[in-house]
Design a protein around this ligand. Structure first.
Ligand code: NAD
Length: 244
């Protein structure tokens, strides 16, 4: 089950906590994995650390660089599995949020996923098979004070996922989203003890999730076994938000 031999995966944000676990997880299931990072040095270090096959660099806030990344990755692949995992936060309350805080978060978290999906979908459709897996967030469903930009981007990914899924469902390409709750990574290491306790009190499972919890969900959605699952959001959050 969940054998990915013969498939090529492109994982953005693989220098980060969750993206790294996803890349390693896909590799462990037999996929050839291309990792990306914002610089070649970081991408290459991640490739080596994770035992993956190739490294590419692109600033996902730069549209030309995103388009070039898609071309380079397809030349190495072609890409059968695209995981849009790179993400940034620029948290601040709404009245203080600058246009640039909003635009940058939308550009990296949502627009780059749209552009990479559009570019790599063409080959998937021709080959009549493929997987696009977006990494969203529980706050895309619930909202979160101080994260209007990030919640909008993550909710936008849900709509993008469903729309593309409808367009390509009859040609063997599935499009899904994994929505992590609070996961122990450098992104959450910055929380202080009070914030951590407050968060844990909202999680029925009583612990933060791990990057491997997210990787397991991605492996499932990338597999042949999930071929009849499309347009879905798979929440992986220890029960902190239910019913979405
Ligand atoms: P992280 O900060 O460890 O990793 C983020 C990755 O995105 C890094 O590899 C970084 O290089 C890459 N990235 C950021 N800006 C980029 C740019 N302009 N160009 C290229 N790459 C860029 O964070 P993480 O916790 O591993 O998060 C991974 C994904 O999971 C993100 O989409 C995040 O929103 C989502 N998520 C995380 C949590 C959590 O609790 N950690 C919860 C919900 C959702």
């Amino acid at each position: 089950m969940f054998d990915l031999s013969g498939k090529t995966a492109l994982v953005t944000g693989a220098t980060g906590g969750i993206g790294g676990a996803i890349a390693a997880g896909l590799k462990a299931r037999g996929a050839k994995v291309i990792v990306t990072g914002s610089t070649m040095e970081r991408a290459e270090a991640a490739r080596e650390r994770l035992g993956c096959d190739a490294a590419l660099a692109a600033d996902l806030g730069d549209r030309a660089a995103v388009d070039a990344l898609a071309k380079e990755a397809d030349a190495l692949g072609p890409v059968d599995i695209l995981v849009n995992c790179a993400g940034i936060t620029r948290d601040t309350l709404m009245l203080r949020m600058k246009d640039d805080d909003f635009d940058k978060v939308i550009e990296v978290n949502l627009t780059a996923a749209f552009r990479l999906s559009r570019a790599l979908m063409r080959g998937m459709l021709k080959r009549r098979g493929g997987r696009i897996i977006n990494i969203g967030s529980v706050v895309g469903a619930t909202g979160n004070a101080g994260q209007a930009n990030y919640a909008a981007a993550k909710a936008g990914l849900v709509g993008l996922t469903k729309a593309i899924a409808r367009e390509v469902a009859n040609r063997g390409v599935t499009v899904n989203l994994v929505a992590p709750g609070f996961i122990g990574t450098p992104m959450t290491d910055v929380l202080n003890e009070d914030q951590r306790e407050q968060i844990l009190s909202d999680i029925p499972a009583g612990t933060l999730g791990t990057p491997e919890d997210i990787a397991a969900a991605v492996i499932y959605l990338a597999s042949a076994e999930a071929g009849y699952v499309t347009g879905q959001t798979l929440h992986v959050n220890g029960g902190m938000a239910m019913g979405f």
